[in-house]
Design a protein around this ligand. Structure first.
Ligand code: HEC
Ligand SMILES: [Cu+2]
Length: 326
């Protein structure tokens, strides 16, 4: 009983990543298929369990019957036909509905209408490029609410899977090919998810954050990404800006508005605006940034940003610089 109630208690969370709590038309449609198959299964269960209970009660052994063998029945054409036809019909219903739904979901809006985001999986973080807006960011996907967003998904290294349960089902990111899906959020909010295809040591730390914003907020974000202030004029942040080069960060990271154009690691444009860092496992605070810079794989096992053995003053300056990026 204790074990069973433990299972029941898992339902007590606020359900931020539950497919039963959809926040957009794709997840809503997929949930309706889950209910359809659930109710079909529930009906089958009731029929089978009901027949079993009736048989157990009606044909139980009665007093005086102990020695008597009941009539031995075998083969019944009518029954055989029924339990062949009924499952075929049920599977046909499920098959037609889900195949039709899959085609609907795979049909992308004409690219002139929908916002396109190229999603690239990396061990262990997400890159997002908005080709029509000329913006690249990482780990923090911004979308406008009430708008269809076409995702073009691929991978730089191994297979990953994009899964934000409240917005839609999983789609794999496969190196060398592009998969498509679309999402849409009904309400503003932050929707979280998780890489859903084991991709290495840091797999569980490869989390997804989707910020659905009102069109006005989204436009403001786009403008801030297109015109970032990335080159501090003075102070500790200025020192950090220079250290970004001397410490070699620029070899892997790009920051719009600077000469730094590395593509190995996440784009850091407007990093201070992001709620989280390191594949969305740490809140974006100065202390966490400093801990990250001191030893990335120590903070996130398997992280492919090496420990660069920075001096404490370099860390201070780089944190000041990164904090100024908004
Ligand atoms: C060899 C390539 C490489 C170098 C050099 C490098 N990084 Fe990184 N960096 C990465 C990778 C890869 C990640 C993603 C790690 C992860 O989340 O798994 C990352 C992540 C980060 C993040 C977190 C970003 C986010 O969105 O989660 C910050 C901040 C960062 N690096 C800053 C720096 C700074 C500052 C330097 C220079 C001192 C630097 N990096 C040097 C590869 C590099
Ligand atoms: Cu992954």
């Amino acid at each position: 009983m204790a074990l069973l109630s433990a299972f029941a208690l898992t339902g007590c969370a606020a359900a931020p990543e539950s497919v039963l709590n959809p926040a957009g038309p794709v997840a809503q449609m997929q949930l309706s298929y889950m209910y359809l198959s659930f109710w079909i299964m529930a009906a089958i269960f009731l029929v089978v369990a009901g027949v079993l209970v009736v048989a157990v009660i009606r044909f139980r052994e009665r007093r005086g019957q102990e020695r008597e063998l009941p009539p031995q029945v075998e083969g019944n054409t009518a029954l055989e036909v029924v339990w062949t036809i009924v499952p075929i019909l049920l599977l046909a219903i499920l098959g037609v509905v889900t195949v039709a739904g899959s085609f609907t979901l795979a049909r992308l809006a004409p690219s002139s209408r929908a916002l396109v985001v190229q999603v690239t999986g990396h061990q262990y973080w997400w890159a997002y490029t908005y080709p029509s807006l000329g913006i690249t960011t990482a780990n923090d996907l911004h979308i406008p609410v009430g708008e269809k967003v076409d995702l073009e998904l691929t991978s730089k290294d191994v297979m990953h899977a994009f899964w934000v349960p409240r917005l839609g089902g999983k789609t794999d990111l496969v190196p060398g090919r592009t998969n498509y899906m679309w999402i849409e959020a009904d309400r503003p909010g932050v929707y979280t998810g998780q890489c859903a295809e084991f991709c290495g040591t840091g797999h569980a730390d490869m989390r997804l954050v989707v910020e659905a914003q009102t069109p006005a907020q989204f436009q403001a974000w786009v403008q801030s990404m297109k015109h970032p202030s990335s080159v501090p004029a003075s102070g500790l942040a200025r020192q950090g800006y220079l250290d970004f080069k001397t410490a070699g960060c620029f070899a892997c990271h790009a920051i719009a508005g600077t000469p730094y154009q590395g593509v190995v690691g996440p784009n850091l444009t407007n990093l201070a605006q992001r709620p989280m860092i390191a594949g969305n496992i740490l809140r974006n605070t100065p202390a966490n940034l400093a801990a990250w810079l001191r030893n990335p794989p120590g903070v996130k096992p398997g992280a492919l940003m090496p420990n660069l053995h920075l001096s404490p003053s370099q860390v201070r300056a780089l944190v000041a610089y990164l904090e100024s990026l908004h």
